[in-house]
Every structure is written in structure tokens, then in C-alpha cells.
Design a protein. Structure first.
Length: 431
């Protein structure tokens, strides 16, 4: 009987997991225990592995999804190793056997030739391996999430999704499944596009695809009644003034750091994966103006942003340092409390993660209804606030450069102003 364990053996903040194979074999009439070790190509963060991976009954939806994603990948690697072990002479396993097995996992061969899966679920792993030098971590996570969802769909339908059968019939069936599971339309549309991307990649590899594939990712239109009057959440200038004016006695050191990060994010327009990395080594001076210069994690784009006087004030009051870093999950919790203390409590219609199932069978999804504004605040609000507050005040081409949106259409998706407000801003250029 063999056992596979995964270990984090690095001092770095993020690193590939190590794998160990433990087994017992009889040698000269005696039982002897063996341990083989190798390194996978599967990266995780040290913080996640030590603090979250082994938690039970996790309430945080992001951590729960992360656990599912990582466990799916590790189970796949484990099964591959055990299958290889069971077809190998246990007495002749050298120290390099496990390393070779891991290499075979990431570079599958069949009769000396590359084996290309013809079903959609297995093709996702092939796609990750084929594009391993191109895919950013966020795309790898997306691959794992959609793979898990497609596996659940296959279990329900009791059928395998062939790439050649990704057509209108499958699209309609998968949409029914998604809607029954109460996924948002933005999630559904994003995953339709991703499935089409997978199939187009398979087509370039010589696999047969449906003639209906060109129309597969056509956008699922939003039900105007279902989400009537739903607003994207952003913090306007009045809200930012309220944040600055919170009574210091009501803020712990952590909440003060969160408040300051929130203001910084609203004045730079960056994702949490970027602004939470800000430090003074990224700052430079040009023409007596201070900038922060960094490379975005998601896009790989190099960005230079002028630092607002309010950000410089935050640094000056903090020994010329940025606030302390906070994990994404804790930040998303604390930022709501900070906005509650600032009395940002306008009632608006929006989406918030809630249990739409039962206590026994929870179904954590975004529920659209009326909430107090602070309840809807998350780490992404800074990016929307920056785009909205500065739209019409500075040229769109410059705003697009600062947010690193590829097109004006993508930028406008982040502008939360009404059509009338946008027209009023634009009209100022013609006075």
C-alpha cells in the first residue's frame, strides 16, 4: 500500500509543492519502509498552505473555492502517481523514479507520441501543460475552477463532454445547469468564452470541433426585471471625505491600515494584488512629482502612477511607509467595517454573497437585493471608484493608461456613473 503526501518546503512566499511517496515492500523476508521525494510544478502560497488548506467547514467562499481548486489538482497528481506505482516493480524503484513520473504527468506520452485528450475536462489539464509558459496564475486558477464545474455537470448529466460536441445543444444544457446552480450572468458569460478558447486551442492541435463553435460564446443577455436598478458600487468624493473623517479613537491599528489602503486604492485604481504590494522602493521622482512604478500581477504591464497628495499625507503620517500588508480575505472583511464606521450607509441595490441553499446543503452565490452600501464594499471598489471619479476630469486615453485597460469599452465597464452623469461630464469639454 502506498501513500502520497504533499509538503511545502520553501522559505519563499509562493513555491511549488513537494510530493512524497511512502510505501512498504518485503526485502529478504523483512518489511522495509521507503520514502521517495520530488517536486511538482503546482505553486501555492505559503500563507494559504499553512493557514487555510486544512481548515474544515470554511465559511469564506474565496477560501472554500481555493481549497476545492487545489484539492482537485492534488488528487489528480496523486492518482497519477498511484496508478504508475501499481504498474511498476516496487523493488526496482530508484530515487529518480518519482521525478520521472512527475515529468510524465506534466508531459503525457502515448507510444512515444503526445497524447491529446478529446474530452473537454481532460483537455483542460493538457491546455495548462501546453501553455505553461504563457498562463498567469489567475488563468491557471480559472482553468481549475471551470474543470471542477464541468466535472459536476458531467456527474449530473451522466455523460462525458467531447470537444467535438461543444455545440448549441451543450451550450443550452450547460446554461440550464449554471442557472439552476444560481451562478451570475457575468460568471456564465466568462466561462462560455473560456470554453470556446479551449476548443479553439484544440482545433489548432488538429482535433475536430463543432461547426457551431463560432456562436458558442454569444453573450447571455441580462434579465432587466431580474436585476432592475442594480448599481455597481463605488465610493464618491463625499464617501472618501467620510473615510478621512472617521474618529481616530474608533479605529484599531489594523482598521486604520485598512482605511488608508482603501483611500490609496481609490486614488490609484489598482487591483488588490498590486496595491497591497506597494512599498517605498517602487517610488521615483520626475520633475519634482512623486510616482509609484510597478508591474501588474495580472497583466504583466508596467505602470507608473502619480501619487496624490492624500497618499503622500498617509505616508508622512506613517513614518514615510505604506500601511502594513493584509491578506485579501481579511481586507474584504475589515473594509466593510471601516465603511460602516464612516457611515457610508446609503441603501442601494447590489449583489452580495449569501447562502441561497440550506444549512445542510449550502449554496453560496451572489444575491441581488437592497443593502446598505458598506455591506457591498470589497477590495475591487477602489478600481471602480478611481475610474468613475476621474472619468470626464482627465482624458479617457490617460485614464485608460493608468488603469491598464486595453480598450475604452473595458474601461467604461468600470465607470459607475449614469448615462446622464457621463453626458454632463463630457459636455464640459464643449463649453
Amino acid at each position: 500500500m502506498a501513500t502520497v503526501n504533499f509538503l511545502y518546503r520553501s522559505t519563499k512566499d509562493e513555491a511549488p509543492l513537494n510530493v512524497r511517496l511512502l510505501y512498504r515492500a518485503i526485502q529478504e523476508g523483512n518489511h522495509k519502509d521507503y520514502v521517495l521525494g520530488a517536486k511538482t510544478k503546482f505553486n501555492v502560497s505559503k500563507h494559504y498552505w499553512e493557514k487555510h488548506h486544512n481548515l474544515k467547514r470554511v465559511k469564506d467562499i474565496e477560501i472554500s473555492n481555493k481549497q476545492t481548486e487545489i484539492n482537485n489538482e492534488l488528487n489528480t497528481i496523486e492518482n497519477f502517481i498511484i496508478d504508475a506505482f501499481n504498474t511498476t516493480d516496487h523493488y526496482n524503484l530508484g530515487k529518480d523514479w518519482l521525478k520521472t513520473t512527475i515529468d510524465n504527468y506534466y508531459n503525457p506520452r502515448e507510444n512515444g507520441q503526445e497524447r491529446i485528450p478529446t474530452n473537454l475536462v481532460d483537455y483542460i489539464d493538457y491546455y495548462k501543460t501546453s501553455r505553461r509558459h504563457d498562463l498567469k496564475p489567475v488563468m491557471v486558477r480559472r482553468c481549475n475552477v471551470i474543470k471542477s464545474k464541468l466535472e459536476k455537470y458531467e456527474d449530473e448529466q451522466r455523460t462525458q463532454i467531447l470537444i467535438s460536441k461543444v455545440n448549441d445543444d451543450f451550450r443550452n444544457s450547460f446554461l440550464d445547469f449554471q442557472r439552476k446552480q444560481k451562478y451570475s450572468l457575468s460568471t456564465i458569460n466568462r466561462e462560455l468564452i473560456f470554453i470556446k478558447t479551449l476548443c479553439n486551442h484544440a482545433k489548432r492541435k488538429g482535433l475536430k470541433v463543432s461547426l457551431e463553435l463560432d456562436y458558442f460564446s454569444k453573450e447571455v443577455k441580462r434579465d432587466n426585471v431580474e436585476n432592475a436598478n442594480k448599481k455597481f458600487v463605488y465610493l464618491n468624493e463625499k464617501d472618501l471625505t467620510k473615510l478621512e473623517g472617521i474618529n481616530p479613537n474608533r479605529l484599531t491599528d489594523t482598521l486604520e491600515d485598512v482605511r488608508n489602503w482603501l483611500i490609496i486604492s481609490c486614488l490609484t485604481g489598482q487591483r488588490i494584488s498590486d496595491f497591497m504590494r506597494f512599498n517605498t522602493s517602487m517610488m521615483r521622482i520626475q520633475n519634482d512629482k512623486k510616482f509609484i512604478e510597478f508591474t501588474q500581477v495580472k497583466t504583466g504591464h508596467k505602470v507608473s502612477i502619480p501619487l496624490h497628495s492624500k497618499i503622500l499625507g498617509i505616508l508622512e503620517n506613517n513614518n514615510n511607509q505604506f500601511p502594513k500588508r493584509i491578506s485579501d480575505a481579511k481586507y474584504n472583511d475589515y473594509v466593510k467595517e471601516v465603511c460602516r464606521l464612516a457611515k457610508i450607509n446609503e441603501v442601494i441595490r447590489g449583489g452580495k454573497i449569501s447562502n441561497l441553499g440550506t444549512k445542510e446543503n449550502p449554496l453560496w452565490r451572489k444575491e441581488v437585493k437592497e443593502y446598505k452600501k458598506y455591506q457591498l464594499i470589497s477590495s475591487h471598489v477602489g478600481r471602480r471608484s478611481f475610474a468613475t471619479n476621474y472619468f470626464g476630469k482627465i482624458p479617457t486615453s490617460i485614464l485608460k493608461t493608468l488603469t491598464s485597460h486595453k480598450t475604452e469599452k473595458m474601461l467604461l465597464n468600470y465607470v459607475c456613473k449614469s448615462e446622464n452623469d457621463m453626458l454632463n461630464d463630457i459636455s464640459k469639454y464643449f463649453q
